[in-house]
Design a protein around this ligand. Sequence first.
Ligand code: BTN
Length: 324
Amino acid sequence: MKSKRSEIINAFKAANGKAISGEELGKELGISRTMVCKYIKGLKDDGYEISSAPKKGYVLKSVPKLLYPEEILSGLKTTLFGKNIHYYDEAGSSNDIAKKLAPTAEEGTIVVVEQQTGGRARQGRQWASPKGGIWFSTILKPRIALSAASRLTLTFGLSVAKTMRQYGFDAKIKWPNDVLINGKKVSGILTEVEAEIDTIEFVVIGIGINANMSLKDIPEDLRENSTTLRDECGKSVDRVEFLQKLLFEMEQEYIRFSTRPFSEIMEEIVALSDTIGREVTVNMPNRIVEGTVVGISKTGALLLRKNDGDIEEIIAGRCMYTKK
Ligand code: BTN
């Protein structure tokens, strides 16, 4: 059910810059004028610019450039992804919050954080998450084997790359979980799974996008050949619109993941791969291997020709290019 607050925002948006009186708003929402005043004050406190003229009423002048749930929901074209949104101005890590919510949350619920103070990357590394980025986690409850969970990372990496491509960025996928623009990392995915033996209880897909920030907003030791959308195109992107488009792409890919052979998704990933043909070092929990990437299999494994000529299939690991 829509909140009164989002009903007011929608009424303003439908009025398209025309004034609406407190009385009209009150009637439309079934609340008193005093309550309307309270909601208007709350919106103003949150950065909505609303002017009021005697006898005419209120006019919405501008909305804040924040990822407020009401803004994401208005115009969101999904049926599952992002239908429930938990929003935080500041928090440790959206993945940690999502993991706590997951047991009772509906599939597709997302957690959005404007600024993470404890953002996490893979293999225990830190993820710089200043204001201006898009940091969010999605809760999923797929009926798949635990061994297939890493395919979700690849699938949503494709969604991120496809969304960026809609904006004209030449986004490529670095196996398994990075998205690059002009060879530099602009997005990473941290997939975390809660499972019992082979039954998945839930999966949390944490996606970080360096959007409206510049490299200097990231501590030097975490920059690691990164870039941001703003640095790449010289202007800010509309983060709300970007997230709406991304959630739509994610939902489409998730439907395909659940109904079609995975090789279909893999074909698109291979076409956008930045990794095939590269000389790499792959870090796995118990060892490190080096070689040249000769392909990515239909199941999403990296096919590595090692220095002894043998080809090894690597299902998961952190991949680093040895040459630029
Ligand atoms: C990586 O590149 O190793 C993965 C980075 C994932 C970062 C995102 S930001 C949203 C979510 N919350 C976190 O703490 N991490 C992920």
